[in-house]
Write a protein that binds this ligand. Structure first.
Ligand SMILES: [Zn+2]
Length: 107
């Protein structure tokens, strides 16, 4: 059988296109996966936003001294946003019950 330069060339091109397609598929797959994770994150945030982590009821922003805490309408649980507890502790006098309660658990 004589050499088939065109056949060899086709094989080479097929391999090239196959690799290119695989890379494209991998890129599209990674993009779809990133979009799916973003959708999940948004959905999770929407379904949990201002909901009590213990009973699932609505939280209501309530003033507590210098900060606004999130208080559950149902079970009366109180939740702090990041940094709010530090503000409250800084504002509290040393030796107050709240200060002792939270400062002790820091150590
Ligand atoms: Zn609750």
């Amino acid at each position: 059988m004589p050499d088939d330069p065109f056949g060899q060339r086709r094989k080479h091109e097929d391999k090239h296109f196959y690799q290119r397609d695989q890379e494209l598929i991998e890129k599209l797959r990674a993009k779809a996966e990133a979009e799916r994770r973003e959708r999940e994150r948004k959905h999770r945030k929407e379904s949990h936003w201002m909901k009590c982590p213990k009973c699932g009821s609505d939280l209501k922003e309530t003033a507590m001294g210098p900060v606004k805490v999130d208080k559950c309408k149902e079970c009366a649980g109180v939740y702090f946003d990041a940094g709010e507890l530090d503000i409250l502790l800084a504002a509290e006098k040393r030796g107050s019950l709240l200060h002792r309660l939270f400062k002790r658990s820091d150590k």
